[in-house]
Ligand binder design. Sequence first.
Ligand code: SF4
Length: 197
Amino acid sequence: MGLEEKLPAGVLLTSVEKVVNWSRKSSLWPATFGLACCAIEMMAAGGGRYDLARFGMEVFRPSPRQADLMIVAGRVSQKMAPVLRQIYDQMPEPKWVIAMGVCASSGGMFNNYAIVQGVDHIVPVDMYLPGCPPRPEMLIDAILKLHDKIMDEPLGVNARRRDLPGYEPRKQVASSQRFTKEGKQAHRVALQKELMR
Ligand code: SF4
Protein backbone atom coordinates (compact mmCIF):
# COMPACT_ATOMS: atom_id res chain seq x y z
CA MET A 1 0.00 0.00 0.00
CA GLY A 2 1.54 3.27 -1.07
CA LEU A 3 0.98 6.83 0.06
CA GLU A 4 -0.64 7.55 -3.33
CA GLU A 5 -3.66 5.46 -2.35
CA LYS A 6 -4.35 7.79 0.59
CA LEU A 7 -4.30 10.92 -1.57
CA PRO A 8 -7.42 12.52 -3.00
CA ALA A 9 -7.91 12.36 -6.77
CA GLY A 10 -5.93 14.91 -8.77
CA VAL A 11 -2.89 14.94 -6.44
CA LEU A 12 0.39 13.76 -7.89
CA LEU A 13 3.57 12.91 -6.01
CA THR A 14 6.94 13.30 -7.70
CA SER A 15 10.36 14.85 -7.16
CA VAL A 16 11.62 18.25 -8.30
CA GLU A 17 14.34 16.44 -10.25
CA LYS A 18 11.76 14.53 -12.29
CA VAL A 19 9.62 17.60 -13.00
CA VAL A 20 12.61 19.72 -14.06
CA ASN A 21 14.03 16.95 -16.25
CA TRP A 22 10.61 16.28 -17.77
CA SER A 23 10.19 19.95 -18.70
CA ARG A 24 13.71 20.11 -20.11
CA LYS A 25 13.35 17.01 -22.26
CA SER A 26 9.91 18.09 -23.49
CA SER A 27 11.12 21.42 -24.85
CA LEU A 28 14.47 20.78 -26.50
CA TRP A 29 15.19 23.45 -29.09
CA PRO A 30 17.91 22.57 -31.59
CA ALA A 31 20.29 25.18 -32.99
CA THR A 32 19.85 25.63 -36.73
CA PHE A 33 22.95 24.68 -38.61
CA GLY A 34 24.04 21.83 -40.81
CA LEU A 35 27.54 21.03 -42.00
CA ALA A 36 27.10 18.54 -44.84
CA CYS A 37 24.81 15.96 -46.43
CA CYS A 38 23.46 14.72 -43.05
CA ALA A 39 21.81 18.12 -42.66
CA ILE A 40 19.36 17.23 -45.45
CA GLU A 41 18.12 14.28 -43.37
CA MET A 42 17.91 16.55 -40.33
CA MET A 43 15.75 18.99 -42.31
CA ALA A 44 13.55 16.09 -43.47
CA ALA A 45 13.05 15.10 -39.83
CA GLY A 46 11.58 18.53 -39.18
CA GLY A 47 9.27 18.36 -42.21
CA GLY A 48 5.64 17.25 -42.34
CA ARG A 49 6.35 13.56 -43.09
CA TYR A 50 8.45 12.82 -39.99
CA ASP A 51 7.17 15.68 -37.87
CA LEU A 52 9.60 16.33 -35.04
CA ALA A 53 6.92 18.67 -33.70
CA ARG A 54 5.31 15.63 -32.06
CA PHE A 55 8.08 15.84 -29.47
CA GLY A 56 7.78 19.58 -28.89
CA MET A 57 11.05 20.34 -30.63
CA GLU A 58 10.36 21.57 -34.11
CA VAL A 59 11.50 25.06 -33.14
CA PHE A 60 14.98 25.14 -34.69
CA ARG A 61 16.51 28.36 -33.40
CA PRO A 62 18.73 30.62 -35.50
CA SER A 63 20.35 32.02 -32.35
CA PRO A 64 22.45 29.70 -30.16
CA ARG A 65 21.31 31.70 -27.14
CA GLN A 66 17.82 30.27 -27.60
CA ALA A 67 18.93 26.69 -28.28
CA ASP A 68 19.83 23.85 -25.94
CA LEU A 69 20.48 21.02 -28.40
CA MET A 70 23.29 20.95 -30.93
CA ILE A 71 22.84 18.41 -33.73
CA VAL A 72 26.19 18.14 -35.47
CA ALA A 73 24.93 17.05 -38.88
CA GLY A 74 27.90 16.33 -41.12
CA ARG A 75 31.66 16.28 -41.19
CA VAL A 76 33.48 18.98 -39.23
CA SER A 77 36.40 20.58 -41.04
CA GLN A 78 39.38 21.94 -39.09
CA LYS A 79 38.37 25.39 -40.25
CA MET A 80 34.81 25.00 -38.97
CA ALA A 81 35.86 23.52 -35.59
CA PRO A 82 36.43 26.86 -33.75
CA VAL A 83 33.15 28.20 -35.13
CA LEU A 84 31.29 25.12 -33.90
CA ARG A 85 32.90 25.48 -30.47
CA GLN A 86 31.92 29.15 -30.36
CA ILE A 87 28.29 28.30 -31.13
CA TYR A 88 28.40 25.65 -28.39
CA ASP A 89 29.83 28.15 -25.90
CA GLN A 90 27.10 30.64 -26.74
CA MET A 91 24.35 28.13 -25.93
CA PRO A 92 23.10 28.42 -22.33
CA GLU A 93 23.38 25.54 -19.85
CA PRO A 94 22.03 22.92 -19.71
CA LYS A 95 22.80 21.85 -23.26
CA TRP A 96 23.22 18.60 -25.13
CA VAL A 97 24.98 17.43 -28.29
CA ILE A 98 24.09 14.74 -30.83
CA ALA A 99 26.81 13.66 -33.28
CA MET A 100 24.72 12.82 -36.34
CA GLY A 101 26.29 10.38 -38.78
CA VAL A 102 29.58 8.59 -38.99
CA CYS A 103 31.48 11.73 -40.09
CA ALA A 104 30.51 13.76 -37.04
CA SER A 105 31.03 10.76 -34.74
CA SER A 106 34.46 9.64 -35.95
CA GLY A 107 35.50 11.41 -39.14
CA GLY A 108 33.99 8.54 -41.14
CA MET A 109 35.57 7.90 -44.49
CA PHE A 110 37.35 11.27 -44.36
CA ASN A 111 40.46 10.04 -42.60
CA ASN A 112 42.53 13.04 -43.56
CA TYR A 113 44.10 16.20 -42.15
CA ALA A 114 41.24 18.48 -43.16
CA ILE A 115 38.48 16.79 -41.16
CA VAL A 116 38.20 16.55 -37.37
CA GLN A 117 38.18 12.85 -36.47
CA GLY A 118 35.09 13.02 -34.29
CA VAL A 119 33.34 16.12 -32.98
CA ASP A 120 33.99 14.92 -29.41
CA HIS A 121 37.45 16.42 -29.82
CA ILE A 122 35.74 19.82 -29.69
CA VAL A 123 32.54 19.50 -27.66
CA PRO A 124 31.19 16.83 -25.27
CA VAL A 125 28.83 14.49 -27.11
CA ASP A 126 25.76 12.97 -25.42
CA MET A 127 24.54 10.75 -28.22
CA TYR A 128 26.33 9.18 -31.20
CA LEU A 129 24.15 8.37 -34.17
CA PRO A 130 25.64 5.91 -36.70
CA GLY A 131 24.92 5.74 -40.42
CA CYS A 132 25.79 7.50 -43.64
CA PRO A 133 23.47 9.26 -43.74
CA PRO A 134 21.26 8.32 -40.81
CA ARG A 135 17.59 8.37 -41.81
CA PRO A 136 15.22 10.87 -40.17
CA GLU A 137 13.71 7.97 -38.17
CA MET A 138 17.16 7.30 -36.72
CA LEU A 139 17.58 10.93 -35.73
CA ILE A 140 14.19 10.89 -34.03
CA ASP A 141 15.19 7.66 -32.24
CA ALA A 142 18.44 9.33 -31.06
CA ILE A 143 16.46 12.30 -29.76
CA LEU A 144 14.08 10.00 -27.89
CA LYS A 145 17.05 8.18 -26.34
CA LEU A 146 18.47 11.57 -25.36
CA HIS A 147 15.12 12.34 -23.71
CA ASP A 148 15.57 9.17 -21.59
CA LYS A 149 19.07 10.27 -20.69
CA ILE A 150 17.90 13.73 -19.67
CA MET A 151 15.24 12.17 -17.43
CA ASP A 152 18.03 10.45 -15.46
CA GLU A 153 20.26 13.49 -15.07
CA PRO A 154 20.89 14.45 -11.44
CA LEU A 155 20.39 18.03 -10.31
CA GLY A 156 21.98 20.21 -7.64
CA VAL A 157 25.35 19.23 -6.17
CA ASN A 158 25.27 15.94 -8.06
CA ALA A 159 24.78 17.64 -11.44
CA ARG A 160 27.37 16.84 -14.06
CA ARG A 161 28.54 20.23 -15.28
CA ARG A 162 30.48 20.13 -18.50
CA ASP A 163 31.69 23.70 -18.24
CA LEU A 164 33.69 23.01 -15.05
CA PRO A 165 37.51 23.16 -15.27
CA GLY A 166 37.77 19.39 -14.77
CA TYR A 167 36.16 18.64 -18.11
CA GLU A 168 38.54 17.96 -20.99
CA PRO A 169 37.41 17.01 -24.48
CA ARG A 170 39.05 13.91 -25.93
CA LYS A 171 42.59 14.49 -27.10
CA GLN A 172 43.16 14.62 -30.85
CA VAL A 173 45.03 11.63 -32.21
CA ALA A 174 46.60 12.53 -35.53
CA SER A 175 45.02 10.61 -38.38
CA SER A 176 48.43 9.31 -39.44
CA GLN A 177 48.75 7.64 -36.01
CA ARG A 178 45.25 6.28 -35.65
CA PHE A 179 46.03 2.98 -37.30
CA THR A 180 49.39 2.33 -35.68
CA LYS A 181 49.56 0.14 -32.57
CA GLU A 182 50.50 3.11 -30.34
CA GLY A 183 47.86 5.35 -31.89
CA LYS A 184 45.12 2.78 -31.28
CA GLN A 185 46.30 2.34 -27.68
CA ALA A 186 46.25 6.14 -27.08
CA HIS A 187 42.79 6.32 -28.60
CA ARG A 188 41.52 3.48 -26.35
CA VAL A 189 42.99 5.07 -23.20
CA ALA A 190 41.36 8.42 -24.04
CA LEU A 191 38.00 6.70 -24.57
CA GLN A 192 38.26 4.77 -21.29
CA LYS A 193 39.05 7.98 -19.39
CA GLU A 194 35.99 9.56 -20.93
CA LEU A 195 33.78 6.63 -19.87
CA MET A 196 35.15 6.62 -16.30
CA ARG A 197 34.27 10.29 -15.81
S1 SF4 B 1 27.84 10.61 -42.63
FE1 SF4 B 1 27.51 10.42 -44.86
S2 SF4 B 1 25.73 11.71 -45.24
FE2 SF4 B 1 26.57 12.34 -43.24
S3 SF4 B 1 28.00 14.01 -43.66
FE3 SF4 B 1 29.16 12.11 -43.69
S4 SF4 B 1 29.20 11.51 -45.86
FE4 SF4 B 1 27.53 12.99 -45.62
